[in-house]
Design a protein around this ligand. Structure first.
Ligand code: NDP
Length: 285
C-alpha cells in the first residue's frame, strides 16, 4: 500500500455502543427487577438538557427505571445536597447522576462527595477514584470506560503497549491512564506542561486525546499503525463538530481511529447504563 492510499480502520463507536446497549437490555430483562437511575438537572443549560434527555431515553430503552429531577437554576447548594441525601436513602434508586456543570452558587465537588459511592454511576466520587487508582474494582467514569470497550471491541493489544493519554482531568485523562495501566499498558500522561508533545505522541502505540483543543494532534504526531482514540468534542465557529485530532491527516497514518462524532461519544451513555446495572447488582449483593 502506498502512503496515498493508506487509511486507518474506522472504529465505529455508534455500532459498538448499539451492541453494548442491546446486550445490557438482554441482561436487564433477565434480572427480575428494574435497576433505577435518577438524573438531577439543575438549571436550563441547553447542552445539559440534551444530554439528560439522551441519557433518560437510552436508560428506558435498556429497561432501566429512569427518572429525571429538574431543579431551578437558583437552587441553593443545601437544597441540592438535601435532594442527594433523599436519593441516597431511596432504596429504589441504584444510580444517581448530577449533571455537570452546576450553577456558580453550587460547588460541584461538594455535591459529588455527597453522593453515596455505591450509587455514584459517574464514578467521580473520591472513594471510587481512589479505588480505581489502586487497581481495585469500582464504578469507573463512563467516558474512559467507553474507550476501553472500544479498544476491546477493536482487539487492540494493550499488554506491554506504549499508551499515551493526552489530558489529565479527573473525568477523562486520569481514570483513562489508570484503566490502561490496569490492562498492562506502559502509560504516559501528557498535559499542557509536557515538553515536546509531538515526540511523546509519536512513541505511542495507543494514543488517547482528551484535551478540548480542536484538531491539535496532527498527522505527523502519530506513529504509523497506531490506534488513535479521540475523546475531544469541539464546536468550531462555523458550527462543525471536530475532535482533538486532525482526523483526515491522522487517518492517513494511524492503524485505527475513532471519528468525531460517532466514536467515543456514544459509548459514554452506554457505559452509564452499564454502571447503573453494576451498581444495582452490587447493592443487591
Ligand atoms: P479538561 O479541560 O478538564 O482537561 C483538559 C486537559 O488537557 C488538561 O489536563 C490540560 O492540561 C490538557 N491540555 C489543554 N491544553 C493543552 C495543550 N495545549 N497541550 C497539552 N495538553 C493540554 O477537559 P476534559 O478532560 O473534561 O475533556 C477533554 C475533551 O474531551 C473536551 O473536548 C471534552 O468536550 C471532551 N469530552 C468528551 C466526552 C465524550 O463523551 N466523548 C466526555 C467528556 C469530555 P493541564 O492539566 O496542564 O491544564
Amino acid at each position: 500500500m502506498t502512503d496515498a492510499t493508506r487509511s486507518a480502520r474506522v472504529i465505529d463507536g455508534k455500532a459498538i455502543a448499539r451492541a453494548t446497549r442491546a446486550a445490557l437490555a438482554t441482561r436487564i430483562a433477565g434480572l427480575g427487577f428494574r435497576p433505577g437511575l435518577t438524573v438531577v438537572l439543575v438549571g436550563e443549560d441547553p447542552a445539559s438538557a440534551v444530554y439528560v434527555r439522551s441519557k433518560d431515553r437510552a436508560a428506558r430503552e435498556a429497561g432501566i427505571d429512569a427518572r429525571t429531577i429538574r431543579l431551578p437554576a437558583d437552587t441553593t447548594e443545601p437544597a441540592l445536597l438535601a435532594e442527594v441525601a433523599r436519593l441516597n436513602a431511596d432504596p429504589t434508586v441504584d444510580g444517581i447522576l448530577v449533571q455537570l456543570p452546576l450553577p456558580p452558587q453550587i460547588r460541584a465537588q461538594a455535591v459529588i462527595e455527597a453522593i453515596d459511592p455505591a450509587k455514584d454511576v459517574d464514578g467521580f466520587h473520591p472513594l471510587n477514584a481512589g479505588r480505581l487508582a489502586d487497581g481495585r474494582p469500582t464504578l469507573v467514569p463512563c467516558t474512559p470506560l467507553g474507550v476501553m470497550k472500544l479498544l476491546a471491541a477493536t482487539e487492540v493489544p494493550l499488554r506491554g503497549a506504549r499508551a499515551l493519554v493526552l489530558g489529565r482531568s479527573g473525568i477523562v485523562g486520569r481514570p483513562m491512564a489508570a484503566l490502561l495501566l490496569g490492562a498492562d499498558a506502559t502509560v504516559t500522561i501528557a498535559h499542557s506542561r509536557t515538553r515536546d508533545l509531538a515526540a511523546e505522541c509519536r512513541r505511542a502505540d495507543v494514543l488517547v486525546a482528551a484535551v478540548g483543543r480542536p484538531e491539535m494532534v496532527r498527522g505527523d504526531w502519530i506513529q504509523p499503525g497506531a490506534t488513535v482514540i479521540d475523546v475531544g468534542i469541539n464546536r468550531l465557529p462555523d458550527g462543525r463538530l471536530v475532535g482533538d485530532v486532525a482526523y483526515a491527516e491522522a487517518a492517513a497514518v494511524a492503524g485505527a481511529i475513532t471519528p468525531v462524532p460517532g466514536g467515543v461519544g456514544p459509548m459514554t451513555i452506554a457505559c452509564l447504563l452499564e454502571n447503573t446495572l453494576t451498581a444495582a447488582l452490587a447493592r443487591r449483593g
